[in-house]
Design a protein around this ligand. Structure first.
Ligand code: ATP
Length: 302
């Protein structure tokens, strides 16, 4: 679908003297999974709340799905950072209630709630009160409540936190299914592996400002590649090869780690090994992890 899910222009939000979001420009396309990354206090939740109309910006303009925030509320689903559906409500009623607030007729909302609980393995808990569910289960129920009205745009504030690895996999599949249906998913996370695996586009915020926006490959291009070479020989001589920034001997085992300079692709390493009569039993050149990119981007913002 053409157009933008989110358009922010010069958006600033202050709390007293403190600027939580500072002149933020964003243009996030519709469709796919967008990751919102940043250290604690970067301004992620504040920005998400502005997209939902919970906070008004002090400066700048915001468009969601091409229109004003207040006109788009029924087309947006939201999982807030602070979880908590009514504790005494039964799981199916809790989901149906939120869907009905977003305009779904009550009978239809109840059917959807049951269907969603079945689909996500919680059918047998449909009539259990929220207070009787485990933390992970109640989080899943709240997530289902956020999407039961079939929104076009789903905003999830740290949806993976508190979920065990199996439920994290379930959530991954769930987000991929929503994206395959053509929805736009925007989620914040501190877990780089989730962002790396799931996101079509990434935004890194730090101190209220955008520090990076692009896809994973573009993020990885911010740092040089590194090579791993498996050999029992001493490979210290690789330090003098062109394009090598640093050579780290194995901490244990036989894997040497070689940091390359910007633009170097590592082929010179292999040649240097053969020229020295060393035949590596393992050779790999990797882009940097999103974790390393994130740390580097955030450190630069300090
Ligand atoms: N209602 C508020 N009143 C005062 N300060 C606030 C308020 N909400 C957020 N802040 C401040 O704004 C900054 C950004 O907070 P925000 O919650 O947006 O960060 P975040 O990136 O979501 O962080 P985290 O990863 O820790 O959830 C923080 O310094 C926070 O203390």
């Amino acid at each position: 679908m053409a157009g933008y899910a989110v358009e922010l222009s010069g958006v600033t939000k202050c709390f007293g003297d403190f600027t939580a979001v500072d002149q933020l420009d964003l243009a996030l396309p519709r469709g796919g999974i967008l990751g919102f990354l940043g250290p604690n206090g970067a301004g992620k939740t504040t920005t998400l709340r502005m997209l939902l109309g919970i906070y008004a910006p002090d400066e700048g303009s915001i468009k969601v799905l091409g229109g004003k925030v207040e006109e788009m509320r029924s087309r947006i689903g939201y999982l807030p950072e602070e979880r908590g559906l009514y504790r005494r409500a039964r799981a199916d009623d809790a989901i149906a209630y939120i869907a009905s607030l977003k305009g779904v007729p009550v009978r239809e909302a109840k059917m959807r709630a049951k269907g969603l609980l079945e689909r996500f393995g919680l059918g047998e808990f449909a009539r259990v009160r929220m207070e009787g569910l485990s933390k992970g289960m109640s989080q899943k129920v709240q997530l289902l409540a956020a999407v039961a009205h079939d929104p076009d745009f789903v905003i999830l504030d740290e949806p993976f936190s508190g979920l065990d690895p199996v439920n994290q996999v379930d959530l991954t599949h769930f987000l991929q299914e929503l994206a395959a249906e053509g929805k736009t998913i925007l989620f914040s996370t501190h877990t780089m592996e989730h962002a790396e695996r799931l996101c079509d586009r990434l935004v890194i915020l730090a101190k209220g400002r955008k520090r990076f926006e692009g896809n994973l490959a573009e993020a990885q291009n911010l740092l040089p590649k590194r090579a791993e070479i498996g050999a029992t020989a001493d490979l210290s001589f690789l330090a003098s090869v062109e394009g090598v920034a640093a050579v780290h001997p194995p901490k244990s085992g036989t894997y040497w780690r070689i940091e390359l300079k910007e633009g170097a692709d590592g082929r010179a390493l292999l040649k240097a090994c053969f020229d020295a009569g060393v035949v590596p039993d393992y050779f790999n050149v990797n882009p940097p992890s999103l974790h390393d990119v994130f740390v580097s981007v955030v450190e630069k913002a300090q």
